[in-house]
Structure formats: C-alpha cells, structure tokens
Ligand binder design. Sequence first.
Ligand SMILES: [Zn+2]
Length: 60
Amino acid sequence: MTCPICQKDTDAKYRPFCSRRCADIDLGRWLKGSYVIPGTAQEEDDPAPSGQAPEENPRH
Ligand SMILES: [Zn+2]
C-alpha cells in the first residue's frame, strides 16, 4: 500500500499514510473540501466580457 498523498510506502503507524505530515495534509484537504462556502471566491471565473454587469452587491 502506498501513501495517497505522496505515493511513498505506508507506515503502519500512520496508515494509510506514510507520515503524520501526509495525514495532516489529507485532513486539511478534507476539511477544506467540506467547508467550502458557495458564493465566495468564485467571482473570477466569469470569462463573459458582456456589457451587462452581473448582480453585484454594493453593500459588501
Ligand atoms: Zn506520504
């Protein structure tokens, strides 16, 4: 079995990871993926250069 983070050999102590570092990395990814807040930090993904401004929130 190999570490899902860095593909190195797994250490039984930190299964399924090779080290505590990789376990922490995986945990961090998992937490980030679980707590993504929709509607934020997604504004730059609009390639449409139209003149119509999308809904903006001036109060922000
Ligand atoms: Zn690893």
